[in-house]
Each structure stands twice: as structure tokens, then as C-alpha cells.
Ligand binder design. Structure first.
Ligand code: AMP
Ligand code: MG
Length: 414
């Protein structure tokens, strides 16, 4: 397949085109390791896990009750059966259930030989050493079949699966102690700008504290990548070049913020072109219009905008799935959107995709969204108060109060 390779002269890409470019370009890192299953949490399987035996290993009872032979039961009345023993979970009944007999069973007990149906204790009546079973039972009722959960030899978890809580439990249920996972992705990140101060230092005139490295630190930590924090780099070409070279030598991915617009201090794009390759840098999106993607040396580079909200929007819409792809996640997680009425009017011109920040809340029987505070692309508080993006497509014009809009939850993004 030929990849689109826009040059800086090319027109802007839509959000969908940029995502498509990223997700067809990027492939999982080579390299894997074996880890104990507890350490596999959040890691990505590089090989499928094959079930070494049936789960459950035996037919067992799904309920507390009585194991019976279905053929013994009268179709149209009660049947009295002699109770000849008990089967516990972990302690089977050693005999065979004969004609006219039943065995008391606990949930999880191996189904006694000779029986084929479990009668739940709630419908049975015990009279001395007999149990009275009403009509209306079904053959095979209340049994969990061997292999019902997982059949031996079948893949229990596929390669590309990011291991979560249920997966850890499943692996343990198979007696699997170690799994093979992709090596951790290494991501270097830095902030650029003469006006950016690091916390711990006093703010000089016109300076702002660096917030982008903290939002990125948080998001990348949640993703489970190895972090290389490169700090704040001044707007000087030789310093940025040195930082790029250092970062690219040690990391798979370099993420920068700031310095990608067409202002004077915008070295990032030019450096990329010189040290590697620029794939795209203009997008039909708000906020986050300038975003560079390409290579420096052997590393992929994401040159995010400087504005703190724009950083988070571009991270959510482009970077997180790119990193998951590099980590080996397959298929990528679904990113569902929902349609809900919006309380506030939103001004917009058709042409680009916009991501105002919203607060999804429950109102009576349904859900609604309202704008989360000041929508300036530098106003981080709008992100902190929001729980979703409102997604306004390219073709959409202004939103009137009460109009339906699409929302995308932050869950799973940051
Ligand atoms: P730039 O893209 O470098 O022109 O930056 C756009 C805006 O974002 C400017 O107002 C910067 O001061 C601000 N900005 C850039 N980087 C950061 C950062 N790391 N933390 C907070 N604000 C930033
Ligand atoms: Mg700057």
C-alpha cells in the first residue's frame, strides 16, 4: 500500500486523514520479554495464550441442589429419590448415582457419575433420607460443562491483547504463571519555549509554568510506557537539535510541545525536516491546528502545539492510539461517541473538526452535556472540569442551545 506523504506545502489534513496516516504508518515495536502475570498488567501480549486444559476441567454443578438421573423423573408429578451422599466443591462423590437415587451437591462440585441433571435446592423438598422433586425439570439443567469457559488448545487470549484485571484472573485460572509481552515502549517528552519556567523556580516577567510536561507525564504513565523526561528546552535551534538527537537516540517516540506554529521561534518543524522527515503538520482541527508528525533519527516524533488544552486534544485524538499501536495493541480500543442534547450554544464555522470541552451530566432520565468553563485553548481548567470532548464535525455550523451533539468521554484517553 502506498502511504500518503504530504509535504509541508500540502493542504491541511482532516482529523480522519491524519489518524488514518498514523495508524497505517505505525507498527508494533520489535522485542518482547516474559513476565510474571502480575507484572503483565497493562502490558500487551505478543503471543496468544493457549488454554492448556479445559476450563472448567469437569462438568460441575452451577447451583446448590441435588444431582439426579433425568430419566428417573416423572413427567407429570413429583418424584421421590433416595439421597445416597453429598458432593462438595473440591470433594467429589465417589459412588455412582443409581436408579431412584440422588446426591446432594454444592455449587462447583463435580457432577456425580451416573447423574445428568441438577435440581436446585429451592424447588426440592427433603423428607428424611429422600428428596421430593417436582415435575418440570429439564435434562442437563444447572450444569456447567467441562470446557464451557475455555476449551483446551484454543486461544484463551489473543496476541495484541492489553492485559487487564479479567485477563489476569483468566490467566491464573489456566495455571499460567508467565506470559510473553511486547517490550515497553520508550517515550521521550519535552517542553519548548523561552517563556516556560519549571516548577520550583520563581516566575520571571512574562513566564508561565510548564504544565504540558505534567499532563503528558500523567497520560503516558497511565499508558504504561517508559518515560524519558527531557525537561524544558529554550527556543534556540542548537539546543532543540541537541535535545532531539539525545531523545531520538534513546527513545522510540519523541513528543514535544510548543514551537510548531509558523512564528519566528518555530524550529521544531524545520529541525524535523533536517534530522528526519516531516509527514504532516497542518490539521483541520481546533484546538491543535499545528501538529507535526514525522521522524527524527530512528524515532517517531509528535510535535504538539504549545497551548495546554491543544496538547491534550491532540494527544487524545492522535497520540494515544498511535502509541497503543506501537505498543502492539490490536485491535485498538473502540472510542465510542454518544449523542446528547447540549445546554449551551457553541459558535462554529464549517470546515474543521472542533473539540470543545464538555461536562456530561445526568438530568432526570437522560444525559446532557454543558460546556466546561472558558473554552480558550490555553485554559486548562476547562479540561480539569470537563469529562468529555464535544465533537463537532467538519460540516457542522454553530450549535444552538438544546441541539444534539456528539460527545467522547475522557475515560481511556488520559
Ligand atoms: P507555542 O506553540 O510555542 O507558540 O505556544 C503557544 C502557547 O502555549 C503560548 O502561550 C505558550 O506560552 C503556551 N505554552 C507552550 N508550552 C507550554 C507549556 N509547556 N506549559 C504551559 N504553556 C505552554
Ligand atoms: Mg513556544
Amino acid at each position: 500500500m502506498t502511504q500518503p506523504k504530504p509535504t509541508p506545502q500540502d493542504p491541511k489534513l482532516t482529523v480522519a486523514e491524519a489518524r488514518q496516516h498514523l495508524l497505517t504508518t505505525l507498527t508494533p515495536v520489535a522485542g518482547w520479554e516474559c513476565v510474571a502475570i502480575r507484572d503483565a498488567l497493562g502490558r500487551v501480549l505478543s503471543r496468544p495464550v493457549i488454554a492448556p486444559f479445559d476450563v472448567p476441567a469437569h462438568d460441575n454443578s452451577a447451583m446448590d441442589g441435588f444431582a439426579v438421573r433425568f430419566e428417573d423423573l416423572a413427567a407429570d408429578g413429583e418424584t421421590g429419590l433416595k439421597v445416597v451422599g453429598t458432593a462438595y466443591a473440591g470433594r467429589a462423590f465417589s459412588g455412582i448415582v443409581g436408579a431412584g437415587q440422588a446426591v446432594r451437591v454444592m455449587t462447583g462440585a463435580v457432577v456425580p457419575q451416573g447423574s445428568d441433571t441438577i435440581v436446585v435446592q429451592e424447588v426440592a423438598r427433603v423428607e428424611g433420607d429422600r428428596v421430593i422433586v417436582p415435575a418440570g425439570r429439564k435434562r442437563g439443567q444447572n450444569l456447567r460443562r467441562a470446557g464451557e469457559d475455555l476449551a483446551r488448545g484454543k486461544p484463551a487470549l489473543a496476541a495484541g491483547k492489553r492485559v487487564g484485571a479479567a485477563d489476569l484472573g483468566l490467566l491464573a485460572s489456566l495455571g499460567v504463571a508467565e506470559v510473553t509481552v511486547f517490550r515497553r515502549l520508550r517515550v521521550a517528552f519535552m517542553s519548548t519555549g523561552d517563556e516556560i519556567a519549571s516548577i520550583g523556580n520563581p516566575l520571571g516577567p512574562g513566564q508561565v509554568y510548564d504544565s504540558n510536561r505534567y499532563t503528558l507525564h500523567a497520560a503516558l504513565t497511565a499508558l504504561g510506557v517508559d518515560l524519558v523526561d527531557m525537561g524544558v528546552i529554550r527556543d534556540r535551534p542548537e539546543l532543540i537539535e541537541e535535545a532531539f538527537r539525545t531523545a531520538a537516540a534513546s527513545a522510540d517516540v519523541v513528543i514535544t510541545s510548543g514551537g510548531v506554529s509558523v512564528g519566528e521561534a518555530d524550529f521544531v518543524r524545520d529541525l524535523m525536516a533536517r534530522l528526519g522527515e516531516v509527514r504532516f503538520w497542518k490539521l483541520d482541527i481546533k484546538p491543535g491546528r499545528p501538529m507535526a508528525f514525522g521522524r527524527v533519527g530512528d524515532a517517531w516524533l509528535f510535535g504538539l502545539p504549545g497551548n495546554p488544552v491543544a496538547v491534550m486534544v491532540s494527544y487524545a485524538q492522535f497520540v494515544v492510539d498511535s502509541l497503543l499501536r506501537l505498543m502492539g495493541v490490536d485491535p485498538l480500543p473502540a472510542r465510542p461517541t454518544f449523542e446528547v442534547p447540549c445546554d449551551d450554544p457553541i459558535r462554529k464555522n464549517p470546515g474543521r473538526r472542533e473539540f470543545p470541552r464538555g461536562e456530561l451530566y445526568q438530568a432526570g432520565d437522560g444525559w446532557r452535556v454543558r460546556l466546561a468553563g472558558n473554552q480558550g485553548s490555553g485554559v486548562l481548567r476547562s479540561m480539569a472540569e470537563a469529562n468529555c470532548f464535544i465533537v463537532l464535525d467538519e460540516s457542522r455550523g454553530s450549535v444552538a442551545a438544546g441541539d444534539t451533539v456528539e460527545v467522547q468521554l475522557f475515560d481511556g484517553l488520559f
